[in-house]
Design a protein around this ligand. Structure first.
Ligand SMILES: [Zn+2]
Length: 86
């Protein structure tokens, strides 16, 4: 575990171990979730961020007991989770 910035809300969060091509985060606001690492890199390069409210809602809906909700490129497109950084 290391301290990092939550990619969803920007608060400080814990970064758990990478699982496959995903990085897991534990945020007091957004919960336990994983994000495609390549997606994070691409978003940073393109100056894009997650829409905090929509992404938190997405994570809440997709959270299941014993399962970490994952954010993939397809899901960000389907749910319009990415916005331009201001
Ligand atoms: Zn968060």
């Amino acid at each position: 575990m290391s301290i990092t910035v939550c990619v969803v809300c920007g608060d400080s969060a814990e970064k758990a171990y990478p699982v496959g091509s995903f990085d897991e985060f534990k945020c007091p606001n957004c919960g336990y979730y994983s994000v495609d690492r390549q997606l994070i890199d691409e978003m940073e390069a393109a100056d894009q961020v997650f829409d905090t409210e929509r992404t938190q809602q997405y994570l809440m809906i997709h959270s299941r007991p014993g399962q970490v909700p994952a954010i993939t490129r397809d899901e960000t497109t389907n749910h319009q989770l990415i916005v331009e950084s201001t």
